[in-house]
Design a binder for this molecule. Sequence first.
Ligand code: GDP
Length: 293
Amino acid sequence: MLDSLKDSVRKFLTGSNVYEKSVEDFIKDLQKALISADVQVKLVAQLTERIRSRLREERPPSAIERREWFIKVVYDELSALFGGDVRPFVNPPKLPYVIMLVGVQGSGKTTSAGKLALFYKRRGYKVFLVGADTYRPAALEQLTQIGRQIGVPVYGEPDSKDPVAVSSKGKERALRERAEVVIIDTAGRHGYGEEQQLLEEMKSISNAVSPDEVILVMDASIGQKAFDLASKFNQATKIGSILLTKLDGTAKGGGALSAIAATGAIIKFVGTGEKVEDLEIFNSRRFVSRILG
Ligand code: GDP
């Protein structure tokens, strides 16, 4: 806990400095740690201001409880940014439930579609996958293979160039087969400069299938660019939640903070590896430990 700040925490707890000075020294170190974890500068400022005023106003309790109190204040404020201690609600609030995955190519959308399918299947739902990434021929193949591996049907049209039609037909088929959770994998390939086209396409698919939830899949290493990306996607189709991938890598994922601020969406899931079972429900405390670890 607070590993990267071990020294500053120790200084704070045992320091012979006047209390105000200890708070300021600690805040400075905390800011450095957050910025190096890719957290947006503006958020760092807001957050540290809240922590500063709590540390000053509440004052430490007895020496024995001081460490717990201190860590609690820092953790409370940090995890509040990620949705607090509330565990994200992941069970579908209605059935059938249509989830549309959006995100740029390489973020891990197709892999995550498979992971989510297995996740809901294990929770007892009848799941159906739709492969609407008609730009990357290998995507449907990849999804079909994952579907076979986890025993979930996959709808796709290998020769189609019309992702909107594939999504609609896929949803219809899923409902005919009485699927309870339908997961639609969309395209992300539109390179730089063609973003607008991608966003228009997301809008058209969304209008055609009326998803119950749109999940933005984002690579944790995207850093500050997350803000921009999430805002753009959010304008095209209201982002309900975020699935942050590749948290097993070196990226600390601090950029996701900025995305949350931009969209008001919450992080529901995190991807922690390449395997189909490498998916976890987001836990804000664990994430805070990672950012500061
Ligand atoms: P898409 O283009 O968004 O559909 O991305 P893919 O699903 O094809 O994933 C791109 C690459 O990222 C693949 O090599 C995946 O195995 C990998 N990947 C996806 N999610 C994770 C994750 O959580 N951790 C790691 N380490 N790799 C991931």
